[in-house]
Design a protein around this ligand. Structure first.
Ligand SMILES: Cc1ncc(COP(=O)(O)O)c(C=O)c1O
Length: 369
């Protein structure tokens, strides 16, 4: 029996080994292990790829959300609107600044933030709205951007899962005032370690975030802000430059696999397929279906060589980190997603034939439950 992989982070190294080894050799020989030309080159390339003016390489995706909030002076006493259903880092980024995350339930079709419920969550303390392009699917931003501009709020995209996703002609990262990306190894664009980036058209914001990521300093020993240390290192930047050239092709493969799943599983009983908002294009970081007997389905798929994963099984308001503050609240759509979601294998390590075979197995297994 064939055993498929859910994720194969070694795939990109094996397919680009010569180029990646050359990048490694170049950085090691350069003697420049923090900052420098490799980092600046990647920042310029990634900004251009997204269609933004500025990119600031950072230590990880969490910091890419925390630092722009801090740079805008958001902290204790402030509120930031977040989706109830997201990876917990979105909420933690707000909490780290001292501000309060204000959750808005999910849209049951797209699983992204319910756009129709955002305005009612705005109070006099709201300073920012942080939509998440969850599973690679962009949140449509035009009305949201207009709302933020009218109310003087920051629109900060959590684009950690959506490198290359599109809302109309805009790529993720250029929909709001700024965006945080993660280069965690399993992401569509992943480093060989931790990494992240801020992307923005706002030169002042980029400058402040860069300072905050480097001890509050532009020039050595001139510490204008009480910053920290959160930098993308040039070795990771050099690897990311190599991988960026292949990202469009990898994203296309993900989209082709998703199209196969969507077509082949459309008639599968009780299986709820992901729906992408009109006018947007997902880059399918994850392909998340929903089924009432999720646990049994997962076990049965595993026996047929198809590993499936959970993104995410525990709602953020029920997690230990937030239960004391939000545990009594109810976000029924997010809770239902957590109880029924199941992620099928997707990624450039799978061929289109693999995707067809997986779709056949999923359909058969669901019907046999
Ligand atoms: C939606 C979301 N936001 C933020 C992050 C944080 O990124 P990192 O793990 O690079 O800190 C992640 C990824 O882990 C994520 O999936």
């Amino acid at each position: 029996m064939r055993e498929f992989s859910f994720l194969d982070v070694g795939f990109t190294y094996r397919s680009l080994q010569a180029e990646l080894d050359a990048a490694y050799g170049r950085v090691m020989a350069s003697g420049m292990y923090i900052g420098g030309a490799e980092l600046s080159a990647f920042e310029a390339e990634f900004a251009a790829w997204c269609g933004a003016r500025h990119c600031v390489g950072l230590g990880n995706g969490l910091e890419a959300l925390v630092l722009p909030l801090r740079a805008r002076g958001i902290g204790p006493g402030d509120e930031v609107i977040v989706p109830a259903h997201t990876f917990i880092a979105t909420w933690l980024a707000v909490a780290q600044t001292g501000a309060v995350p204000v959750p808005v339930d999910a849209d049951p079709d797209t699983m992204n933030i319910d756009l129709s419920a955002i305005e009612a969550a705005i109070t006099e303390r709201t300073r920012a709205i942080m939509p998440v392009h969850l599973y690679g699917a962009p949140v449509p931003g035009e009305a949201l951007r207009a709302l933020c501009d009218a109310r003087g709020l920051m629109l900060l995209e959590d684009a950690a899962q959506a490198h290359g996703g599109r809302d109309g002609n805009r790529r993720a990262g250029t929909i709001g005032h700024a965006a945080g990306f993660s280069f965690y190894p399993g992401k569509n664009l992943g480093a060989f370690g931790d990494g992240g980036a801020l992307v923005t058209d706002d030169a002042d914001l980029a400058d402040k975030v860069r300072m905050l990521s480097n001890y509050g300093s532009r020039e050595k020993y001139q510490h204008e802000l009480a910053g920290g240390n959160s930098r993308l290192d040039p070795l990771q930047a050099a690897f990311l430059s190599v991988k960026l050239k292949h990202l469009d092709a990898w994203n296309t493969r993900r989209q082709q696999i998703a199209a196969i799943y969507l077509e082949r599983l459309a008639q599968t009983p009780d299986l709820r397929l992901p729906l992408i908002a009109p006018g947007t294009q997902s880059v399918w970081h994850l392909f998340v279906v929903r089924h009432p007997a999720r646990a049994a389905l997962r076990i049965a798929l595993g026996k047929r060589g198809v590993p499936a994963a959970l993104h995410y099984p525990v709602a953020n308001h029920h997690s230990g980190a937030f239960a004391a503050t939000f545990g009594q609240r109810s976000f029924p759509v997010a809770e239902a997603i957590c109880a029924t979601c199941l992620s099928l294998p997707i990624g450039p390590h799978l061929s289109l034939d693999d995707a067809s075979e997986i779709a056949t197995i999923v359909d058969q297994v669901v019907r046999s439950l």
